[in-house]
Design a binder for this molecule. Structure first.
Ligand code: ASP
Length: 349
């Protein structure tokens, strides 16, 4: 752990978990290399001694490609933040881009009563390669985590700061890799850092604490023409805990498929929480719009409103871990807990 500190400057804790940002070319493609990124970041403090906040880098071991991350890694990040919470003014999480939206969504629920910035970033090209986007993303994140009062888990990438639980990775190789389809950016960065103050979370806060997560059995599945209802029946027999059903448009399903409706209704009666999220990139679920939606509502499916699948999934993980019953989870899935949904659900709460 290396620290760069001086008096009277804000201080930022950097948790370096892995990802392309610090990878080096190897025989089988890019691979994480211990020490490499940390050394590069530490030279930044020499280049910009006045402008950057003080910071300390903690490099995880092993460094992970984020495709390999699981909820136990979220817990490691959350515990790391908890251990350093009082000592630092803000946190930067260096993370692979592939599952960054899942981790940021999960942390937004796990970090309860958060009153400091937690900024995820990464890059599309490693820091050691020509045309890398790493330095810009790191510097932007450090400045925001150190100097801006944004008590949120956010993703900073390619000049935009997004609420973490509103984000999706939308481009596998472009620099503008993330989008927040149903919520405006918290900040846009050009020659100035422009914070959209009116939309920053203003939930009242008590003492910060971390909610640990043991993942329940959840599946996310797209409906598609020809969907076979026996898949839902088989999952019900497996006693899974929840289904995120990705439906058409504003939350529609093929209601002429009676076997599907019966299978969903039976799954719900067996205690499975079923959440309706749209397959569309943008917009929200309104199951009262068409009879193809109301039938789902009648089968016990609840609206995921305008949540991303990443947010819906991690919110389910969180709710299953705080000791709630099926109906309480269904109610809370439709309520705004961390700014993850804004549009009111049309199902009864
Ligand atoms: N596979 C890498 C990861 O998610 C991709 C990246 O970092 O951009 O760790």
């Amino acid at each position: 752990m290396v620290s760069h500190s001086s008096k009277n400057k804000p201080s930022v804790y950097i948790a370096y978990t892995g990802g392309t940002i610090g990878m080096v070319p190897g025989d089988k493609g890019y691979r994480p290399e211990a020490g490499f990124l940390t050394e590069r970041i530490n030279t930044l403090s020499k280049s910009y001694p006045e402008q950057l906040p003080d910071f300390k880098v903690h490099e995880y071991s092993p460094l992970l490609d984020s495709a390999n991350m699981s909820p136990s890694d979220w817990e490691q990040i959350a515990s790391d933040i908890e251990s350093h919470y009082t000592e630092f003014d803000g946190f930067v999480i260096l993370h692979g881009t592939d599952t960054m939206a899942y981790s940021a969504s999960a942390l937004s629920f796990m970090l309860e009563e958060l009153s400091k910035p937690v900024i995820f970033t990464g890059s599309q090209i490693p820091i050691g390669q020509i045309r890398s986007d790493a330095i810009d993303n790191i510097i932007g994140s450090l400045l925001i985590a150190g100097y801006q009062a944004i008590p949120e888990v956010a993703i900073y990438f390619h000049n935009h700061l997004y609420r973490g639980n509103r984000c999706q990775k939308v481009d596998a190789s472009g620099f503008d890799a993330f989008a927040s389809p149903n919520f405006p950016p918290l900040a846009n960065v050009g020659t100035k850092i422009e914070i959209n103050q009116s939309i920053i979370n203003k939930f009242p806060r008590n003492s910060f604490k971390v909610q640990r997560i043991t993942p329940p059995k959840i599946i996310t599945m797209n409906l598609f023409p020809g969907f076979d209802a026996s898949i839902i029946q088989a999952l019900t027999e497996q006693k899974i805990d929840g289904i995120i059903l990705r439906t058409y448009g504003v939350g529609n399903a093929p209601v002429q498929n009676k076997a599907l409706l019966q299978a969903l209704e039976h799954a719900h009666q067996q205690g499975i929480v079923i959440v309706n999220c749209t397959q569309c990139f943008q917009g929200h679920v309104d199951m009262s719009g068409y009879e193809t939606g109301t039938a789902l509502m009648n089968a016990g499916v609840v609206s995921g409103a305008d949540m991303t699948v990443e947010a819906a999934l991690s919110k389910l993980y969180y709710l299953f871990n705080i000791g709630l019953e099926q109906q309480q989870i269904e109610t809370k899935m439709q309520q705004n807990l961390r700014g993850e949904l804004t549009r009111p659900s049309t199902t009864s709460v």
